[in-house]
Design a protein around this ligand. Sequence first.
Ligand SMILES: Cc1ncc(CN)c(N)n1
Length: 714
Amino acid sequence: MASQCGDGEITADEESPSVVSHHAEAKKEVPWTPQPPFEILNKYASHVKRFRHGRIIRPAPETTAGRSPHQELSADSILELAKMRLLQHTSQRCGDSDSFKYDPHLSSESNKDVELTSCLLNAAEKFANQQFDCAEKLLRRCILLSSHADSPVERVVKFFAEAIHERVDIERGKIDLHKNIFHLEDTLFDYQPAILALEQKLPSAQVTQFTAIQAVLDGVGTARKIHLIDFGIKTGLHWSIMMQGLANRENYPLELLKITAVGTSKDRLDETGRRLSSFAESMNLPFLYKTVVSETKGLKKDSFEFDPDEVVAVYSGLCLWSQLAWPNQLREFLQFVKNLSPCVIVVNEIEASTNTSVFIDRFHGALPFTIATFDCLDTCLKGDTIYRKIVEDVFFRDMIRNIITAEDEERTFRHAKISFWKELFAEFEIVGTELSDSTLYQARLLVKGNAAWDSCTLDMNGNYMLIQSIVTGAKFSDDRSCQRSEERREVMDGSDRTAVTETWLKKHRLLYVGATRHPFLLGIRDGSVDFASFKRWLGQDYIFVRAFVPFIASLLLKAWKESDDDSDVDVILGGMAALNDEIAWFKKEASKWGVALNSVVPQQTNLDYCRFLESLTSPDVDYTLAITAFWVIEAVYQESFAHCLEDGSKTPEELKETCQRWGNDGFGQYCRALQNIANRRLEKASDDVLAKAEVNLLKVLEHEVEFWNMSHGV
Ligand SMILES: Cc1ncc(CN)c(N)n1
C-alpha cells in the first residue's frame, strides 16, 4: 500500500492547499494485499527488542517545572495544560491576544498549541453560556492562528473552531443548519486506499482486527461449518486474515466458511465479496459469500440462509454507534442479533462520551478523543500524508461538525462509554466472555512490538478490552483515583466480595498474562525451549535471588514494626527461610548445567529489576507497598511454573524440578497467604498508598516480562 504512494507524490500533495487533489489520488485503484495473519504477529520476532517499557505504566503528568528549555509536549498534555491555564487566568477570557503568557520552558510550537487549545476551550464555554460575541472573537482567533495547521492539535482546534463558529451563526439565525448527508458506507468505499492504510497502520485497527479474529476463532472452536455474519464489512480485510488462520487448522479441516455481509449498497458488498472469494480460492478454502442488502433497521431473519449444521458468529465492527440516536432501533437490532443464536458476538466500538444533549459535555467528550486520534494518525500515517489528510478532512471534519452543530436526531455521530454498552448488552443477557490468554498475549505483543505505537495502551474493563491511543498522565491518575473508592467498595460492602488484588489482576490481565505465559515459559511447557536460554535464565535468576534476600529482610522489619497481625512475620519468615534452600538449589543446578555462577555478568534488565527491589527496602516505603510487590513477584513465578506442570504439558524431564520449585502446591499456598496479607492491608490503605501499590504491581509485571525476554534472548 505505502509503496503505491511514493514520497515524491506525498511531498507534492503536501504543498497543495486543497485536499480535493489528494482525494482523487487516493481513490485510484490499488491492489488488495491482505497481510497473512501470523505474518503480522511474526513481525514481533524482529521487533521484540523494542518490547520495552510500554505505556502501561504511564508517566507522571507533564508539567513545565524542571523541564529542559523548548520542550515539546504530547498532544494530551497540551490539553491538560490548556485547561489549567484557563482555570488560572479567568480574567483573560475574551480573546485578548496579549494576555497569553508564553512558557519559556516550552518550544514555540507547544506554546502555540497550548494557547490555541485554551482559546478553544474558552470559546466553547462562552458559547455554552450564550456569550456569542465573546465566543466569536475567540473562535476567529483560533481559526486565524491555526490556519496553517501544522500540528495535530492545531488541526483539531481548527475543525472544532470552524464548527462552533458555524453553530454561533445558526444560533443567531444567520444560516440554517446545513444537514450533513454523510453516508459512511459510500465514503468508506470511495476512499478505500485510505481506509486500507488505516487498517494496516493504526494500532487500534490492527489490535481490534486481531483480537476480533481470535475471539471469533475461539468462539467457533472446532466447528467445520462456520457462518460469519458481518454488519459493516468494509474492505473485508479482517476475514482474509482469518481465512489464513482457518486454512492452517490441522485436526478439524474446514468444510465451509460462509460470510453473510449486511449493508446498504449491493455493488459495494459484491466487490468485497469478489475479493474475499478470490482470496479464499487462492487458499483452496471452501467459501461462500452472501449479501443481505438492508439497513440494520427492520432486518428479517429469513433474509439470511442458515444451515442447521453450521455454527454462527456475529461481527459488528464500528456499526452500533450509528444507531445511538435511535435507542429503540438499537435495542431491536440487538434483539435481532440475539435471535440469530450466535456462538459469539464480537463488537468493536469507539469509546468516548458524545451521546449527550448537553453541548458542553459533548464538546469535552469529543475533544480529547479527537486530539488523541489525530496525534495517533500523525504518528502512524507519517509516510502517508495524503491518507491522513483524507481521514481527517473527510471523516473527522464531518464528525466534529455533526457533534457540534446538530441537535436531536440530526446528531448522528455519537459515541458511548463502555459502561453504557455493558448495561445495554446486559439487557439482552449478552455478557462479556473472557478473551483467551493467547488473544490477550497477542494483542499486547502487537502493540509492544511496534515502536510507532508507543502511545497505544491496552487495558481490560471486565472482559472488555480497551485500546487507547493516548492517555495523559493526569488522566491516568484521575481515572485511577475515581476507581479507587469503587475498588475498595467491592472489598468492603459488596456481597460478592472481590478483593483489591483480584480486581487489579482482572484489570491488568493483559500484562499478567504477558508475565505468566511468556514464550520462554510456553517453550518449557511444550518442550521446545532452547537450553541455552534456560541456562541464561538460571545464571541471571541466581543474581536476582541474592538481591531478593535484603528485600525480604527489609520487609520482615517493616512487618515487625507496622503490621497489625503477628502472623505476617511468620509468613514472611517462612519465605526468607526457603530462600536459603533456594540459593543452595541454584548452586547445585548451575553445576549440573555447567553454568559458572561466579562469572555470570548481570544484564541491564536484571540490574533494573534489582534496583527496583532495592528502592522498596527504604524505611520510607510503606509496608503495604512492599508486601504487595512481594506477593506479585512470588505469584508470577508460581503461576508461570505451575502452568508448565499442568496436564498436557511436555516439559522436558531435566526442567521438571525447576518447575516444581515454584509450581508446587505448597508454594501456591504461601502465595495465597501473601495475597491475603496484601488484601488486608490494601483494604485499609489510603488512596495514595492504594494508587502507589497498583503502580508497583504494574512495575513488577513489566520487570517480569523483561526478565523473561532477557532469558529468552530477545
Ligand atoms: C525474576 C524473578 N521473579 C520472581 C522470582 C520468585 N522469587 C524469582 N526467583 N525471579
